[in-house]
Design a protein around this ligand. Structure first.
Ligand code: ARG
Length: 458
């Protein structure tokens, strides 16, 4: 018999360059574990419907387990001429079991097999990323008690805007990562639909039971159209899109913390173990890990682009182009996993430079908006209040002082409605005490939100 599983109709051996060009074993070997899981469920189903005997099923299962263990121990020799992980496992099976091994592929093709493997792999990958996001969220929540008294400048346009609790920043990332987790959970619903038994593109004339194999693999449903199964890679695009947003969120955090570590901002201290030095400048301590979390986001977003370009304009059903899908998905997945692992640790160990932050917290008129809101409470229309405070800020800038440095008489000269109690609206700490709306960065609302996160993680 031919060395290739599909060799029957060929007159000459495959060109070596073609083998090198068409192989996927160099990147799909990591599917071995899910491939064996899928083949065991498939053969269990074949035995139930009588296409193989229970004894043949038992032989297949035992030998698949044996091959799986050998792969795990690194004993399998991957050969370019065997193309992919599916062919390696099947040919190892046939080498050991002969005709029984030749029955495994009954009622299935590599097209539904590849998709089954990918769905099993991505389902596990989603659960792992979800767990890592949980760890990052917990790192933020766990450090919140020790940062509860710290007030930070909030920025828009990278200009000082209004002060907020430091914990407001931490919970901001918890919210973003929660949406990422929700997106993954939603994506998982469509991942968790079984392709197995759709065969090449048309299904099969054999009496297979696709619901049985789906159930054995823990799929919640069975894909209803075999043409759709062979061509569908939506779930990989959805997963990679979810990964891209995670990477974008991580790059925002990285960018912000890189800035906070500069001499100019001087707000954050990174642990030595998570920074690197310069080969020429002895004083340097660089935030390379954060820079690479930001930089590697390009790979993840690039992988999403790659997948879209890959599937655009492909006709139904399976086309060999689809083999390239794995490179993009694995690249995005590996990158996000590594970034999340490091982020959790950095979030746990970075320290706010409280004194330096405090020393400059009254710079930049962070209390101007709250002073305007004080005027609104005194009955001044908002636009007029905005104008009055804007002029006061202009005066202060000219005199190189702060709003809180103005005397009551000076404030009343600008707006007679101002009373003695205006001082409660001036200065960053007073502002953060005054912020009270739901979801705002004030001490009260932030403590409420923190309590919710703690309950969630209790
Ligand atoms: N290595 C291939 C892939 O990953 C397997 C599917 C090949 N199917 C086929 N009909 N040639 O997509």
């Amino acid at each position: 018999m031919s060395a290739k599983a599909w060799g029957g109709r060929f007159q000459e051996p495959t060109d070596k360059r073609v083998e090198r060009f068409t192989e996927s074993i160099s990147f799909d070997a990591r599917l071995a574990e899910v491939d064996i899981r899928g083949s065991k469920a498939h053969s269990a189903m074949l035995a139930e419907v009588g296409l193989i005997t229970p004894a043949e099923r038992d032989q297949l299962h035992a030998t698949l387990d044996q091959i799986g263990a050998e792969i795990e121990r690194g004993e399998m020799v991957w050969k370019t001429e065997l193309e992919d992980v599916h062919m390696h496992i099947e040919s190892a099976l046939i080498a050991r079991l002969g005709d029984v091994g030749r029955k495994l592929h009954t009622g299935r093709s590599r097209n539904d097999q590849v998709s089954t493997d990918l769905k099993l792999y991505v389902r596990d990958a989603i659960d792992h990323v979800d767990h890592l996001l949980d760890q990052v969220q917990r790192s933020f929540v766990d450090r919140s008690d020790r940062d509860l008294d710290v007030v930070l400048p909030g920025y828009t346009h990278m200009q000082r805007a209004q002060p907020v609790c430091a914990v407001h920043y931490w919970l901001c990332y918890c919210e973003k990562f929660q949406r990422d987790r929700d997106r993954l959970a939603d994506c998982r619903k469509r991942v968790n639909v079984s392709p197995l038994g759709a065969a090449a593109l048309a299904g099969t004339s054999l009496p297979i039971d696709r619901h049985k194999s789906a159930e054995l693999l823990g799929f919640a449903d069975v894909a209803a159209n075999s043409l759709d199964v062979s061509s569908d890679r939506d779930y990989l695009i959805e997963f990679t899109a979810a990964l891209s947003l995670i990477a974008v969120h991580l790059s925002t955090l990285a960018e912000e913390w890189i800035l906070w570590c500069t001499t100019e901002f001087n707000m954050l201290h990174l642990p030595d173990a998570f920074t690197t030095g310069s080969s020429i400048m002895p004083q340097k301590k660089n935030p390379d890990v954060l820079e690479l979390i930001r930089g590697k986001t390009a790979r993840v977003v690039g992988a999403l682009q790659q997948l879209f370009v890959l599937v655009k304009g492909l006709p139904l059903a399976y086309n060999r182009d689809l083999q390239e899908d794995k490179l993009a998905v694995f690249q995005a997945y590996d990158t996000v996993v590594a970034s999340l692992e490091l982020t959790a640790e950095i979030v746990r160990r970075a320290e706010l430079k409280r004194d330096a932050i405090h020393a400059r917290l009254e710079d930049g008129f962070l209390d101007a908006t709250t002073l305007m809101e004080y005027l609104i409470r005194c009955g001044v229309p908002m636009r007029s209040g905005h104008e009055i405070v804007g002029k006061l800020v202009g005066d202060c800038e000219a005199r190189k002082c702060r709003l809180a440095d103005l005397t009551l008489a000076e404030l009343q000269a600008a707006c007679p409605a101002i009373k003695e109690d205006v001082k409660n609206s001036l200065g960053s700490h007073n502002v953060v005490k005054a912020l009270q709306s739901y979801g705002s960065g004030g001490f009260g609302p932030v403590k409420d939100q923190l309590a919710k996160w703690k309950t969630r993680f209790a």
